[in-house]
Design a protein around this ligand. Structure first.
Ligand SMILES: Cc1cc2nc3c(=O)[nH]c(=O)nc-3n(C[C@H](O)[C@H](O)[C@H](O)COP(=O)(O)OP(=O)(O)OC[C@H]3O[C@@H](n4cnc5c(N)ncnc54)[C@H](O)[C@@H]3O)c2cc1C
Ligand SMILES: *[C@@H]1O[C@H](CO)[C@@H](O)[C@H](O)[C@H]1NC(C)=O
Ligand SMILES: *[C@@H]1O[C@H](CO)[C@@H](O)[C@H](O)[C@H]1NC(C)=O
Ligand SMILES: *[C@@H]1O[C@H](CO)[C@@H](O)[C@H](O)[C@H]1NC(C)=O
Ligand SMILES: *[C@@H]1O[C@H](CO)[C@@H](O)[C@H](O)[C@H]1NC(C)=O
Ligand SMILES: *[C@@H]1O[C@H](CO)[C@@H](O)[C@H](O)[C@H]1NC(C)=O
Ligand SMILES: *[C@@H]1O[C@H](CO)[C@@H](O)[C@H](O)[C@H]1NC(C)=O
Ligand SMILES: *[C@@H]1O[C@H](CO)[C@@H](O)[C@H](O)[C@H]1NC(C)=O
Ligand SMILES: *[C@@H]1O[C@H](CO)[C@@H](O)[C@H](O)[C@H]1NC(C)=O
Ligand SMILES: *[C@@H]1O[C@H](CO)[C@@H](O)[C@H](O)[C@H]1NC(C)=O
Length: 513
């Protein structure tokens, strides 16, 4: 009791969390005393709890479970929730949406924790619907599709399919969900073979803004929109996607570290090999590069790390590596293994930093490009160098990402087939300006720097519209930049939004309008 009197608020919150559902049975005696869950604003969550299945959970503020569920990878303009509901059935989601609507509460689906677009900060209260319990995966008996729960993570799907000799396109990072990337298009290692994550979708169960549960497939007008702008239309409770026999289990990666002095030469070679004069990225090759400041390699400027990743081999073909080796890298190293090693090799596995919640702000300023403009590469290198290496910089841990996935599978599908608008582009480029938050003035410095860098790339591209990947977006790029600037795309999306979500309940993540 003494303890209780010292920390009344925290204990009440714990009690409420347990009373709602047996989240932590060990605390059960404490909670029984309270018996309701109405201390999160004026809403009585016990009434929601009685409608949910026995294994659903409700977390209230003040509990570790709540804190963990709402913590984000990027601590910048984050959504605020008063309560976290963890449904365990599709029907729980229907009940939660109905309850939110009856109480005029906003709601937001979360899955992994990597959604970072600053529009999420427009959610200032309401219900976070956390999908982690909808994590079933079942492979159809014909081995051609899998039915995947709406809360399955990329890594879990890959491992489950792998054990059955199967695979499909997922995001590359192990800690992102399957659907978070997928609903915005979804880039992954296998897109050169099969297309984007969303190109694998066969059908999905979706809870709409008004709580109706529908099945969306190729016969539904919404199907087109779910493949690129899906965050705007509903909560996907489960879905069926195409899967494939594993064709090329083994992979090799060559890492070439270049001095920043060679920035123009390196990207000239990339262009000549794969990106200009009618050439395309080979289907078996993925070509990424990162720029970052590593004072142990170069104390004065960021290095260029080039990753050449090839499927189906144990050593990357010298046809791919030699033109780069000829430039004289600072170092080179080779790795060989399987598809499942790729995330660790590129620093995005479950135990890599990008899968941790560090409290850092992590804004990106993405742009899609068709090829490298070596002049522009040199100019942005200088900006990045200045930003990462000066003595007083908050951005010494920034990472500049150049992702060159193979594209055959993506380009094999018509440009207008889905809401993903950027099949014609080849490179996903983005500075990631990691920093420790220190108030709005620093946020503004990051914002200006990120946009300055992106503007140089944009001017060098010769494009007439800014093409951005919605899932990497900063947040103020506009719907035209996220979903394509063609009028027909905007009109089609607006019409669907009007039909399926007229009051804009799904509008925290990169809203169409
Ligand atoms: C380290 C890192 C690696 C990444 N790698 C890739 C990659 O390889 N390929 C790629 O394409 N993208 C990648 N991304 C970007 C990624 O697509 C986005 O960050 C995405 O928002 C992550 O989704 P999430 O479910 O993990 O996060 P969350 O924040 O939980 O979800 C993001 C948004 O998705 C929506 N959402 C999630 N689940 C559902 C659902 N079941 N139904 C309806 N809406 C839902 C919600 O609007 C939510 O706000 C990466 C990002 C990071 C930080
Ligand atoms: C909340 O709802 C529950 C279930 O209907 C009810 O027993 C409880 O009295 C309500 N609490 C308040 C404060 O109204
Ligand atoms: C993913 O798999 C891990 C075990 O490897 C499990 O603990 C976790 O609950 C799974 N998550 C989801 C969302 O499936
Ligand atoms: C692709 O590889 C080439 C070297 O072969 C490199 O110059 C280029 O930068 C790479 N592209 C990306 C996106 O990393
Ligand atoms: C390397 O690639 C070239 C060109 O595609 C091809 O002719 C050669 O057989 C490949 N070498 C190996 C060892 O596979
Ligand atoms: C690659 O690295 C090895 C040592 O790991 C070195 O012997 C070789 O010369 C390097 N090749 C080039 C072209 O830099
Ligand atoms: C997020 O940043 C704010 C400052 O903007 C800081 O107060 C807070 O502690 C940070 N959150 C975490 C989890 O570090
Ligand atoms: C250091 O870098 C930051 C971020 O780009 C910039 O705001 C600042 O002016 C730089 N300082 C110097 C002395 O160059
Ligand atoms: C490359 O970028 C520079 C700088 O913006 C620009 O002047 C030039 O025209 C661009 N080159 C091409 C081929 O677009
Ligand atoms: C919910 O919205 C859908 C799409 O607009 C509509 O077809 C359906 O009739 C609505 N359901 C109810 C119960 O209003």
């Amino acid at each position: 009791m003494h303890h209780r009197s010292l920390q009344v608020a925290a204990l009440l919150a714990w009690a409420a969390a347990v009373a709602c559902r047996n989240v932590q049975p060990v605390f059960a005696p404490t909670l029984e005393a309270r018996g309701d869950c109405d201390d999160a604003g004026d809403v009585n969550y016990t009434q929601l709890a009685t409608k949910l299945s026995a294994t659903a959970q409700i977390y209230l503020p003040g509990s570790d479970l709540f804190d963990d569920a709402v913590a984000r990878w990027s601590n910048l303009s984050t959504p605020v929730a008063n309560v976290v509901v963890v449904p365990s059935t599709e029907h729980d989601i229907v009940e939660t949406v109905n309850f939110a609507n009856q109480n005029s509460l906003p709601f937001l689906t979360t899955n992994g924790f990597h959604g970072s677009i600053t529009t999420l900060g427009k959610m200032t209260h309401g219900i976070e619907i956390h999908m982690s319990q909808l994590n079933s995966i079942s492979i159809a008996t014909d081995g051609k599709t899998a039915t995947i729960g709406g809360g399955v993570l990329s890594h879990n799907l890959t491992d489950t399919l792998w054990a059955a000799g199967k695979q499909t396109v997922t995001g590359t990072c192990e800690c992102v969900s399957y659907l978070g990337p997928g609903l915005g298009g979804g880039h992954g290692w296998l897109q050169g073979r099969y297309g984007l994550v969303s190109d694998q979708f066969v059908s999905m169960n979706v809870v709409l803004a008004n709580g109706s549960l529908i099945t969306v497939d190729e016969n539904s007008e919404l199907f087109w929109a779910m493949k690129g702008a899906g965050h705007n239309f509903g909560i996907v409770t489960s879905m069926t996607s195409k899967i494939y026999d594993i064709q090329h289990p083994n992979y090799a990666m060559e890492t070439l570290i270049f001095s920043g002095d060679q920035v123009e030469a390196v990207y000239e070679v990339a262009n000549e090999q794969w990106l200009t004069n009618g050439k395309t990225m080979p289907v078996d090759l993925i070509n990424w590069s990162y720029w970052y400041f590593d004072p142990t390699t170069d104390a004065e400027k960021p290095v260029i790390a080039m990753y050449l990743i090839q499927e189906g081999v144990n050593t990357v073909n010298t046809t791919y590596t030699q033109p780069f080796l000829d430039l004289g890298p600072l170092s080179n190293s080779s790795l060989s293994g399987t598809y499942r090693d790729l995330a660790a090799w590129t620093g995005i596995s479950l135990d890599s930093t990008p899968c941790a919640k560090t409290g850092n702000a992590n804004p990106r300023f993405p742009i899609y490009l068709k090829s490298y403009n070596t002049t522009a590469q040199g100019l942005v290198y200088d900006l990045f160098k200045q930003a990462t290496t000066n003595a007083s910089t908050p951005f010494s841990n920034a990472l500049f990402m150049f992702e060159g996935y193979s594209q055959q599978g993506v380009k094999a599908i018509n440009d207008d087939a889905t809401a993903f608008a950027y099949r014609a582009d080849n490179l996903l480029v983005a500075p990631l300006l990691t920093y420790t938050p220190n108030g709005p003035a620093l946020d503004e410095v990051a914002y200006k720097l990120g946009n300055q860098i992106r503007q140089v790339l944009y001017e060098g591209s010769g494009e007439t519209s800014l093409n951005t990947y919605v899932n990497y977006a900063y947040g103020d790029e506009t719907a035209r930049a996220w979903y394509g600037s063609e009028a027909w795309r905007q009109e089609r999306l607006h019409a669907l939004k009007e039909g399926f979500d007229p009051t804009g309940k799904f509008s925290f993540y990169a809203p169409i309008a």
